[in-house]
Write a protein that binds this ligand. Structure first.
Ligand code: FAD
Ligand code: UDP
Length: 384
């Protein structure tokens, strides 16, 4: 029986951050187990057959307001600064998105000013003092017309729930602006790891030296009888850990459909993309209405990779059932109630911590799960 200080389930952002900290700061040994055939969790990226660096599990735009988290990760990567800009496609044309003065001008079909837009919004928004759900949070800012054009259909497709049934925080992720700021996100620091996420994760593992053992293509249950450990860090789905004893939590899954193009094939797209060797005019185009997919991502716009070929990925929301990938916890009242029951079981467990997006059933970004792992490290190292 081999003994480890920690058994870490999951080699994503949260699992590897924790392993790196305990190895380099305390000299403690971890066994990191992942059932996938690669490290990095949902942030994994790789070069596909066309030679294009793509994100396997949907676009991952790193951003943070925390200098601490940025500085922590900067030990393992340099950064490629990106202004993440996306478009929305409706009525046969592209629109600037999130809604801003440029979108407003496209809507009016003429030039305008911030003052005119503010006036227009004041006349159209629905007065709601404290929006309680994702419908209210948008109509209280822009009114019914723009909500129905850009949000209602997208949200229904993505979550298979009416925006009224989703927490305000879901659509509240999207800024509404009256200036010309086209950036999709609002955080201060917006950048991608210069050589990709996977290379950054590999450096985190290298930093651990012999204090880390990484075992891929292995469900942690398969090795429980072969090892001993002081404490488990679990970053998988919390309901899975407890064998769905209260029934499965609701999640949304996804299906990714990649398509690659050579530079010859891209010649006919130049008028649309406006750029040589690109398929579409932005790194991400959202399709809020007719199509079955929610977005098409051409990540080469963001990575800055020099490559004549390109790859686009269409993203189709999919129903979830145990056995499929649980990509999105659902921020809604019924889901939170069920999660609280699982959390009670988790809190009662003595030598296991639940962290990460699925371990805590939170619609968290990458920087937030890194923060969670750093906090858990500080907490446990005081106790253990
Ligand atoms: P994960 O990355 O999910 O890693 C958990 C790992 O545990 C997985 O590799 C899994 O295989 C493994 N595992 C689970 N159960 C077991 C088991 N029983 N045995 C062994 N291994 C197991 N965040 C951003 O900041 N910006 C973005 O633009 C962004 N875009 C996203 C787009 C999509 C489509 C999705 C799904 C997420 C996006 N995120 C984004 C969120 C981001 O992916 C997460 O915040 C982050 O990857 C969570 O890291 P984690 O370590 O908690 O979990
Ligand atoms: N959303 C929308 N229309 C859009 C983009 C987003 O209605 O064009 C809503 C939708 O409910 C989505 C949420 O805002 O799930 C958050 O969007 P984001 O792009 O942050 O989602 P993620 O990248 O996490 O899938």
């Amino acid at each position: 029986m081999k003994h480890y200080n920690y058994l870490i389930v999951g080699s994503g952002f949260s699992g590897l951050t924790f392993a790196e900290r305990v190895a380099t700061q305390c000299g403690k040994a971890s066994l990191v187990v992942d059932r996938r055939d690669h490290l990095g969790g949902n942030a994994y990226d790789y070069y596909d057959d066309a030679g294009v660096l793509i994100h396997r599990y949907g676009p991952h735009y790193f951003r943070t307001n925390s200098p601490l988290i940025r500085d922590y990760l900067s030990q393992f990567t340099e950064w490629h600064q990106v202004n993440y800009e996306i478009l929305s496609y409706d009525d046969g044309r592209y629109w600037n998105f999130p809604i801003n003065l440029n979108t407003f001008e496209q809507f009016l079909g003429r030039s305008s000013t911030s003052e005119e837009m503010e006036q227009w919004l004041a006349e159209h928004r629905v007065p709601i003092e404290s929006p309680k759900n994702s419908e209210e949070v948008i109509v209280s800012q822009v009114g019914w017309g723009l909500y129905e054009k850009f949000f209602k259909g997208y949200t229904l497709k993505q979550w298979k729930r009416d925006p009224k049934e989703l927490d305000a925080s879901v659509c509240g992720r999207i800024s509404i602006r009256t200036n010309r700021d086209n950036r999709y996100l609002r955080e201060e620091f917006q950048a991608l790891p210069k050589e990709g996420y996977t290379r950054m994760f590999e450096r985190m593992v290298e930093a651990c030296g012999d204090k880390i053992t990484l075992k891929l293509e292995t469900d942690y249950r398969e090795i429980l009888s072969e090892v001993t450990f002081d404490h488990m860090i679990y970053t998988g789905a919390i309901d899975d850990y407890f064998d769905y004893c209260y029934g499965p939590l609701p999640y949304r899954s996804l299906r990714f459909e990649p398509e690659s193009f050579t530079s010859e094939q891209l010649l006919s797209r130049e008028k649309i993309s406006g750029k040589k060797n690109f398929w579409q005019p932005a790194m991400q185009v959202n399709y809020p209405n007719e199509e079955n997919f929610t977005r098409i991502v051409e990540i080469k716009h963001a990575t800055g990779q020099e490559c004549n070929n390109t790859t686009i990925v269409r993203e189709y929301p999919d129903d979830y059932e145990p056995g499929k990938e649980a990509y999105y916890p659902i921020p809604a009242a019924d889901a939170t109630t069920l999660y609280q029951r699982y959390k009670k079981l988790a809190d009662a467990g003595e030598n296991v911590s639940f962290i990460g997006r699925l371990g805590t059933y939170r619609y968290y970004n990458m920087d937030q799960v890194v923060g969670m792992a750093l906090t858990e490290f500080k907490k446990l190292e005081q106790i253990l």
